[in-house]
Design a protein around this ligand. Structure first.
Ligand code: TXA
Ligand code: MG
Length: 348
C-alpha cells in the first residue's frame, strides 16, 4: 500500500486531517505525533482495526494497546469503576504523558487490550494528536509507531523507516518534546502502582494522590518476578549492536569507555559511544554522539532513541554509553537504556 505522508510541521492541514479521521473511522492506520513518541493509531473500539496494528508492527498479540482520548468525559464509555484518584490525576496531568489503567467496559474489544479485562487510557498533549482523536471518532488505540523491538520513533522519518508501505498515513508534526513513552500507573489495585516510569515521576504522582508503589517487576533481579505491563517484559528499544552501559564517577567512566572502545577497534569492530555535551570531546576513539547536556534532562530523553537508530544505520558492532544521573527523568531514562542494553552494565 502507498503511505501518504502529510506535512503538518507548520500547523494542522484541515483537509489532510479530515482524510486522516476518515481513514481511522474506516478501520485504517494513521501514525501521529504525541509529546512523548509517535503513535500508530487505529479505532480502538474496532477489533479488526486494532488487529492491523499488531500486524504492521509485528507485535505479540498479548501486548495491549493504549486508548487515546481527547476529553475526560469520554473515559466513562470505555472504563468502569473509575476511582476518585483518576479525576485528580487527570486534573493535574492530562493532557500529558500519563497513562492510567482501569477496568474496561464491554465496549472495548479484547483485541485492543491483549485479552485483559483492563484498559490503558491516555490523553496526549499534542494538537495534532488531539485533532486526530476528534476526527477519528474519539478513541484511538495506539502503541509506539515502530516495528516491534526497535527504538520508539521520535520523528516522522523514524516511522517511515519502519512502517512505510504498511500503513495508510503518517502525520508529520516534527520532532517530539519528551522522547520517552508515557508513565503508566495502574489504578485497578488497592494502591496505585507505576508499571512504566516516564516524565511524570513517582513524587509528582504522590503529591497529587498520596502513596504510589513501583512495580517490583521493573527492578527485581529475581527472574520469577515479571513486570505487570506485558510490554515491559520484552527486550524493547533494542539497537542492533550490543550495548553496554558504564556507570561510576565521570573520569573513571570515560577512561573505561576509551579502553573498551580501543580494544573493540583493535578486534576490527566499529564502536559507537553515547556521550554528553560535557564529555563528547574527550573521546579520541569511536563514533561519538552527544545525546544532550547533563544540565537539561529533556535534551537527553528526546535524543536517546534517535541516536540508537543512527548507530543502527552506521552498522556499529558495539555501543558504549555513559550512565545518566538525571534526578527527574532518571528512572525513566535509565529504565529504557537498561532495557536497550539487556542489562549489561559495567560499574567502575
Ligand atoms: O507515550 C506513550 O505511551 C506512547 C504514545 C504513542 O502514547 N505509547 C506507547 O504505547 O508507548 P506502547 O504500546 O508502545 O506501550 C504500551 C505499554 C505496553 O508496555 C503495554 O504492555 C502496557 O502499556 N499496557 C497497555 N495496556 C495495559 C493494561 N491493560 N495493563 C497493563 N499494561 C498495559
Ligand atoms: Mg512501544
Amino acid at each position: 500500500m502507498e503511505t501518504i505522508i502529510a506535512d503538518m510541521t507548520r500547523g494542522i492541514d484541515g483537509d489532510m486531517m479530515a482524510k486522516a479521521g476518515q481513514i481511522i473511522r474506516q478501520g485504517g492506520l494513521v501514525a501521529f505525533p504525541t509529546e512523548t513518541v509517535y503513535g500508530l493509531g487505529a479505532n480502538g473500539l474496532d477489533e479488526t482495526a486494532s488487529a492491523k496494528i499488531y500486524a504492521a508492527k509485528g507485535r505479540p498479540s498479548d501486548n495491549p494497546l493504549i486508548v487515546h482520548i481527547a476529553r475526560f468525559s469520554d473515559l466513562e464509555r470505555i472504563a468502569e469503576q473509575i476511582p476518585d484518584s483518576a479525576r485528580k490525576l487527570a486534573d493535574a496531568f492530562w493532557p500529558g504523558p500519563l497513562t492510567m489503567i482501569f477496568r474496561k467496559s464491554p465496549e472495548v474489544p479484547y483485541g485492543t487490550t491483549g485479552g485483559l479485562d483492563t484498559v490503558a487510557v491516555r490523553m496526549p498533549d499534542h494538537p495534532i494528536a488531539l485533532a486526530l482523536i476528534e476526527a477519528g471518532g474519539g478513541y484511538i488505540a495506539a502503541p509506539s509507531a515502530n516495528t516491534s523491538g526497535r527504538p520508539s520513533p521520535t520523528r516522522a522519518a523514524h516511522v517511515a523507516e519502519d512502517l512505510q508501505g504498511k500503513i495508510d498515513m503518517i502525520l508529520d508534526g516534527g520532532d517530539v518534546g519528551i522522547g520517552l513513552e508515557s508513565t503508566i500507573v495502574d489504578l485497578t489495585e488497592e494502591k496505585p502502582v507505576i508499571l512504566r516510569p516516564g516524565y511524570i515521576n513517582q513524587k509528582m504522582l504522590e503529591d497529587v494522590i498520596g502513596p504510589v508503589e513501583m512495580d517490583r517487576g521493573l527492578t527485581a533481579d529475581d527472574p520469577n518476578v515479571h513486570p505487570k505491563a506485558p510490554g515491559m517484559k520484552y527486550r524493547h528499544y533494542a539497537p542492533k549492536a550490543s550495548l553496554t552501559i558504564v556507570e561510576g564517577p565521570a573520569g573513571a567512566v570515560m577512561d573505561k569507555i576509551r579502553l573498551l572502545a580501543r580494544q573493540e577497534e583493535e578486534r576490527g569492530g566499529r564502536v559507537g559511544i553515547i556521550a554528553t555535551d560535557e564529555t563528547a570531546a574527550s573521546y579520541p576513539v569511536g563514533i561519538v554522539k552527544s545525546v544532550g547536556t547533563r544540565t537539561d534532562e529533556l535534551s537527553i530523553s528526546s535524543h536517546l532513541y534517535g541516536i540508537l537508530r543512527e548507530f543502527d544505520q552506521l552498522q556499529v558492532t558495539r555501543i558504549y554509553s555513559e550512565a545518566f544521573e538525571t534526578p527527574m527523568l532518571g528512572q525513566a531514562i535509565m529504565n529504557r537504556l537498561m532495557k536497550a542494553a539487556g542489562h549489561q552494565v559495567i560499574l567502575v
